[in-house]
Design a protein around this ligand. Structure first.
Ligand code: ADP
Length: 447
């Protein structure tokens, strides 16, 4: 087991990882920018190292400084959290070259999944169902027209290097195709320095369903069920649930089994999430994230398993603590992402939190790095906390969520709490009847 882990992140996830380390009796080092000297993860860690000024590029993304911090403190492993360097293959390789363990998969696996064309090809080879589309990058208009005619309109053109929903264009007819292709290519070139694009069938009313997987790096793979993250704004998840209200136990075990086998065959190590669009009873792979996700606590709530403990165990060579048959799904869990944003316009609302009171009681978990008197710096993303609620079934979970949202107080800044208070009373949400476009339409109506 590791002696000392360096946590290369900030905010709620830095604290989340820190707690897991403390439970396992592992010493903790955190790194932070000058803007985060007062952050909770800095206060609670055994050691902290200031690695640079506020901009992420000079601090949380600064590989040299982070490696230096490992060397100075004698950390033997790094947990990257999510975002920042968590899916940076070069970072994983550099740590390996310094004999420091990256708590995550190999640089090669990160690289494959970071390239969408390569990821899709790999997924297909491993028996994961994919969206019908071009077999690799599209070279010209003629090929685009041929593929689109084959799979049928509407189609979506996506950047191979894409991320964050950028570089995607939908073409409803052949007349739109040429313009869509050119715009997608130039957007991708400008945003990612790589203009390779591919085509796939555009699904009109899918849900976003993702499967949590784990590999032990030695040919064993398990799945921890799925999460439904269909409630999204601008491709950003807002509310996540486990299990999905759309799946039954049989579908769960079928898609979970396919994913677990793929992970085993790949020889994958650590946590991963295989993301699908789900429509008319069919799953279509869109991408795989090779890290812990923001929404992992809903899976923890229904399985009772600490996924960060598992990541640390696997990375240290101790293997998984569970077999597939040990993983049981109990009840229902929902997570709301609370952002420091205006609940209508979603413009960021940094500033000082004058009062912070979190709900409590059975089935309530709040993961947050903020406190009364905390000043939110304007440099990073606006997530200030996650409310995770568990109940014996979805109805009980929703009742508890409504109560917890009423108790939650954040004064001094605007937050997205009022949005969740509206959503929890909405009949479509109560029925679990929503797809990936539902929230955008709801917000556009401005009810
Ligand atoms: P990114 O990495 O940029 O987030 P993804 O491939 O994960 O890109 O897709 C992001 C979102 O774009 C999906 O959650 C979905 O809303 C939409 N999308 C992607 N592919 C399709 C498709 N084939 N049909 C319909 N919507 C899609």
């Amino acid at each position: 087991m590791f002696q000392k882990i360096l946590i290369a992140n900030r905010g709620e996830i830095a604290l989340r990882v820190l707690r897991a380390c403390k439970e396992l009796g592992i010493q903790t080092v955190v790194v932070h920018s000058t803007a985060d000297s007062d952050a909770m993860h800095v206060r609670l860690a055994d050691e902290s190292v200031c690695i640079g000024p506020p901009p992420s590029r000079e601090s949380y993304l600064n590989i040299h400084q982070i490696v230096a911090a490992c060397e100075i403190t004698g950390a033997d492993a790094v947990h990257p959290g999510y975002g920042f360097l968590s899916e940076n293959a070069k970072f994983a390789d550099i740590l390996a070259a310094h004999n420091i363990t990256f708590i995550g998969p190999s640089g090669d696996h990160i690289r494959i999944m970071g390239d969408k064309i390569e990821a899709k090809r790999t997924a297909k080879r491993l028996g994961i169902p994919v969206v019908p589309g071009s077999d690799g990058a599209i070279s010209d208009d003629k090929e685009a027209r041929r593929v689109a005619a084959e799979i049928g309109y509407p189609v979506i053109i996506k950047a191979s290097a894409g991320g964050g929903g950028r570089g995607m264009k939908v073409a409803h007819t052949e007349a739109d195709l040429e313009v869509a292709l050119q715009t997608a290519k130039s957007e991708a070139g400008a945003a990612f320095g790589d203009d390779a694009v591919y085509i796939e069938k555009y699904l009109e009313k899918p849900r976003h369903i993702e499967v949590q997987v784990f590999g032990d790096g030695a040919g064993r793979g398990v799945h921890f069920g799925e999460r439904d993250c269909s409630l999204q704004r601008r491709h950003q998840k807002v509310w996540e649930e486990a299990n999905s209200p759309a799946l039954n136990a049989e579908e769960r075990s079928r898609i979970g089994g396919i994913c677990a086998k793929a992970i085993a065959d790949l020889g994958y190590s650590g946590a991963g999430t295989i993301e699908f669009l789900y429509e008319n009873g069919e799953f279509y792979f869109i991408e795989m994230n090779t890290r812990l996700q923001v929404e992992h606590p809903v899976t923890e709530a229904i399985t009772g398993i600490d996924l960060v403990h598992e990541q640390i165990r696997v990375a240290s060579g101790g293997g998984l603590s569970v077999r597939q048959e040990d993983i049981k799904f109990n009840g229902h869990a929902i997570e709301c992402r609370i952002n420091a944003e205006d609940p209508r316009t979603f413009t960021p609302s940094p500033g000082t939190i004058t009062h912070f009171h979190t709900p409590g009681g059975l089935g309530i978990r709040v993961d947050s790095g903020v406190y009364s008197g905390y000043k939110i710096p304007p440099y990073y993303d606006s997530l200030i906390g996650k409310l995770i609620v568990h109940g014996r079934n979805r109805v009980e979970c929703m009742m508890r969520l409504r109560r917890a949202l009423d108790e939650f107080v954040v004064d001094g800044i605007k937050t997205t709490l009022p949005l969740f208070r509206d959503l929890v009373g909405n009949p479509d949400i109560a029925n679990g009847d929503y797809d990936i476009h539902w929230l955008e339409k709801y917000l556009a109506k401005g009810e």
